[in-house]
Design a binder for this molecule. Structure first.
Ligand code: DGL
Length: 267
């Protein structure tokens, strides 16, 4: 069973990719929407929440966890890998492919402050940056809009224009979505950026990595195949917010009726 979590609903953009390539897996999604956004929280604060969420997911029987959040990966992935025995798939802004494929030599990165200040992102950037101009922008206010289900609001358009137009004016030909909430704004981002600009979303690569690790895990452990209960529903959602309706809107699952699978919990 796979656990997927995020500070809120953004990780559903990763969940959507995972269910596409792993349609037979049982997946538990945890949205910490009651404590979202994490973007400006301290590392200690985030790690505190993440410990609770990880213990909760493990208590539900998951054997692999996808940290579908760039901000959590930046703050807490080392802690998780040092303190738990199950594998974790983390994520960071996909600057490497953007830099390697940029023709203009200008790349824009839209992420939370926590991610942009994180050591992981800085390490990757320094490794690949070379002569590329990388324009970083904190996407203040965007996460809140997605959490409210407002994926095509005038407010979103205004914020995105404020963040993206300066990058585009400076010649950015790749916009890296460094927060899992932002893929839900892709339509508006595309309208602003135009058809030529590449919008880079690492979620499909994260889903592929999850599939690889799962296969390795299954080969390593016979128990894994037995852990999937035949009578429990395939997808379960837990949220610390009161946002079941928005989960239904953002989770692209044509097989779910969602009736019994969304639960509000307090952690
Ligand atoms: N979805 C998250 C990310 O990928 C975090 C958003 C937030 O809570 O600020 O970074």
């Amino acid at each position: 069973m796979i656990g997927v979590f995020d500070s809120g609903l953004g990780g559903l953009s990763v969940w959507n990719e995972i269910i596409n390539i792993l349609p037979n897996e049982q997946i538990v999604y945890f949205a910490d929407s009651g404590y979202c956004p994490y973007g400006n929280r301290t590392r200690e604060d985030i790690t505190q929440r993440v410990k609770l969420i990880t213990d909760f997911l493990i208590s539900k029987g998951v054997s692999l966890i996808v940290v579908a959040c760039n901000t959590v990966t930046a703050a807490s992935i080392d802690y998780l890998r040092e303190n738990y025995t199950i594998p974790f798939v983390g994520m960071e802004p996909a600057v490497k492919p953007a830099i390697l494929n940029s023709k203009s030599g200008v790349v824009g990165v839209l992420a939370t402050k926590g991610t942009l200040n994180g050591a992981l992102y800085k390490r990757t950037l320094n490794k690949y940056k070379q002569g590329t101009i990388v324009l970083e922008q904190a996407g203040e206010g965007l996460v809140e809009l997605v959490e409210a289900g407002e994926t095509s609001s005038a407010k979103g358009r205004e914020l995105l224009e404020r963040y993206l137009l300066p990058m585009l004016e400076q010649g950015a030909d790749h916009i890296v979505l460094g927060c899992t909430h932002y893929p839900f704004l892709t339509k508006q981002i595309r309208e602003i950026a135009g058809p030529e600009v590449e919008i880079v979303n690492p979620a499909p690569a994260v889903a592929r990595r999850t599939a690889e690790l799962l296969a390795k895990n299954a080969a390593d452990s016979l128990c894994n195949a037995q852990s999937i209960g035949s009578n429990s529903s395939k997808y379960t959602f837990y949220t610390t917010g009161a946002n079941g309706d928005i989960i239904k809107k953002l989770a692209a699952c044509s097989n779910c009726n969602f009736a019994d699978c969304i639960h509000t919990v307090s952690l």
